[in-house]
Design a protein around this ligand. Structure first.
Ligand SMILES: CC(C)(COP(=O)(O)OP(=O)(O)OC[C@H]1O[C@@H](n2cnc3c(N)ncnc32)[C@H](O)[C@@H]1OP(=O)(O)O)[C@@H](O)C(=O)NCCC(=O)NCCS
Length: 501
């Protein structure tokens, strides 16, 4: 219990629990309160449900993490109201103008821009780690030719873990990575080696998923090219020698990689940290990140945005489409962001880049539709009142498409650079001097209270049950139908036919 503060401003909240009349002082640090301090606010169990566990302390309910900080970080800063994005303090616009992807990757991972010798060593190490085991190439070949490349890529990262048992805490010891925080140099070496391997091999795996889809043989990494130059080689090279990618496209890809390298604790990075908190190996961690990134609300949006523009077809169809958006029948893909309630600074940089690429590739035919849509959206009351502006995915797809990249490869092009952000956050977490606590959120349980098991004979269907309260009858393919009509004996000699199925 505390008294209400008088004059001097204190970095704290005074909370009075009206259930008990008790006052609590809750410290504020970095404009946040600790959820565990809120848990200290307790009331005796009263008329609440037992499952509310009132006497165990107040809980913080934040579905979809609308206002919850889950980690302290020194990597990326976003100010969504002012449209600011900085990596390790450097504004994204400066990095786009002056840096390159591998240098930015070093910055994100290790906190400072590398010196010349640090950069040369980093570049050599990454490019040295671009080769994949030929058995992983075989793994790709087990996929159907029309598999989504992200399905292949996430599987490939998980598979890579199987090729590095020494990097697997389940085999090599639970503290394999966390010991690094205590100054164990061997642990730090293992940790940083996996980072080199993942960043080095990501373009090779990404290109393999593309080449599988195209039905082309895989290329082996090329020496003497930049990270993105080698990636273009892996994607495109067919025959001949002394391959050089077009410098504008190489630079554009590098810029897109800088812009996509990190974005604070977004959906896939939160997934990476959640999965990483179990101390699983970093390959599984990155595979999980890929799965989160793949969704149409996240990294899948650039693919969906182009599909949407193709569906709209031409500028004159934009008003009708916007009507559907305003009636909430459709989502305007490539617009809106959880954090940016103003212009996404990445979309501004990408818009400029698009012009440079179109000079080389020719203008994307969907550009006019996209610009008309952006114009309508800018004037729409519905969009304005909800602070919905174009995000990074609205224009990136137009560039990828102009470069001749198939739509389903767009999220792959997002995943390659985002490996850097995922690993930067994973490394920071593993090196936390306070150790790694497993991430385990709670729920508010609203289900049935305790009840006794009912024997089958005594069960009745609930007349108020909705369609969601039992499995629906699913439809079967033609072969199942024919098997249903056939009769046959199973392995135990029992006869089956329609009557028994
Ligand atoms: C990115 C996104 C998932 C953020 O979601 P969020 O922070 O949970 O925002 P909400 O869903 O609460 O949106 C707030 C309001 O704007 C509307 N809204 C958000 N994005 C919208 C969009 N792209 N088109 C139409 N309406 C949208 C919501 O319907 C909601 O309206 P309401 O308040 O009347 O219910 C969401 O904006 C979206 O789905 N965008 C399209 C997909 C996309 O481009 N993703 C890439 C992000 S980089």
């Amino acid at each position: 219990m505390v008294s209400i503060p008088s004059k001097a401003p204190r970095q704290s909240l005074t909370v009075i629990d009206n259930r008990t009349g008790q006052a609590y002082e809750v410290p504020i640090t970095h404009n946040s309160v600790l959820a565990t301090d809120i848990k200290k606010i307790k009331a005796p169990a009263g008329q609440d449900r037992a499952e509310d566990e009132t006497e165990q302390g107040l809980r913080v309910y934040d579905p979809a993490y609308m206002n919850t900080a889950v980690i302290t970080s020194r990597i990326t800063y976003i100010n969504g109201l002012d449209g600011i994005l900085r990596y390790r303090g450097y504004p994204i616009q400066q990095l786009v103008k002056k840096s390159n992807f591998l240098e930015t990757a070093y910055l994100l991972l290790y906190g400072e821009l590398p010196t010349k010798s640090q950069y040369d060593n980093w570049n050599n190490e990454i490019m040295h780690h671009t080769f994949i085991h030929s058995d992983i190439e075989n793994m790709f070949k087990t996929f159907r030719y029309d598999s989504h490349p992200m399905a292949m890529l996430s599987s490939a990262f998980a598979t890579m873990g199987a090729f590095a048992p020494e990097a697997n805490p389940s085999l090599a010891g639970q503290k394999l990575y966390t010991n690094a925080a205590k100054g164990d140099m061997e642990a730090l070496k293992v940790l940083d080696k996996q980072i080199l391997r993942i960043i080095g091999k990501a373009p090779t795996l990404a290109a393999a998923s593309y080449r599988m889809r195209q039905g082309r043989p895989f290329n082996r990494p090329a020496q003497g090219l930049s990270y993105t130059g080698n990636f273009l080689y892996l994607l495109d090279y067919l025959s001949g020698h002394e391959y050089q990618p077009h410098p504008v496209l190489e630079k554009a890809l590098d810029t897109l990689f800088i812009l996509h390298a990190d974005h604070e604790v977004n959906c896939s990075t939160a997934t990476v940290l959640q999965v990483g908190s179990s101390l699983v190996d970093p390959y599984s961690v990155v595979a999980a990140g890929c799965s989160a990134l793949y969704g149409p609300s996240h990294g899948g949006a650039s693919e969906s945005a182009i599909r949407m523009l193709m569906e709209i077809g031409s500028p004159e169809n934009v008003p009708a489409f916007m009507e559907k958006v305003e009636k909430r029948e459709r989502v305007l893909v490539g617009f809106g962001h959880r954090v940016y309630k103003n212009v996404d600074p990445r979309s501004t940089a990408i818009r400029e880049l698009a012009e440079e690429v179109f000079e080389v590739t020719g203008r994307n035919k969907l550009l006019d539709t996209a610009m008309t849509l952006a114009d309508y959206a800018r004037k729409s009351e519905f969009m304005k009142s909800r602070n919905l502006y174009p995000n990074v995915d609205f224009f990136s797809g137009l560039i990828y498409q102009a470069m001749g990249i198939p739509l389903d490869v767009f999220p792959v092009l997002f995943a390659v650079p985002r490996c850097v952000g995922w690993l930067a956050h994973w490394r920071q977490m593993m090196l936390n001097p306070a150790g790694v606590k497993i991430w385990r959120p709670r729920q508010l349980y609203l289900g049935e209270g305790e009840r006794d098991y009912v024997e089958t004979a005594d069960r009745k269907e609930n007349p108020k049950a909705s369609v969601f309260d039992a499995p629906v009858q699913v439809s079967h393919g033609g072969d199942s139908k024919r098997m249903e009509l056939a009769t046959y004996k199973d392995e135990r000699g029992q006869t089956w036919g329609k009557s028994k199925l």
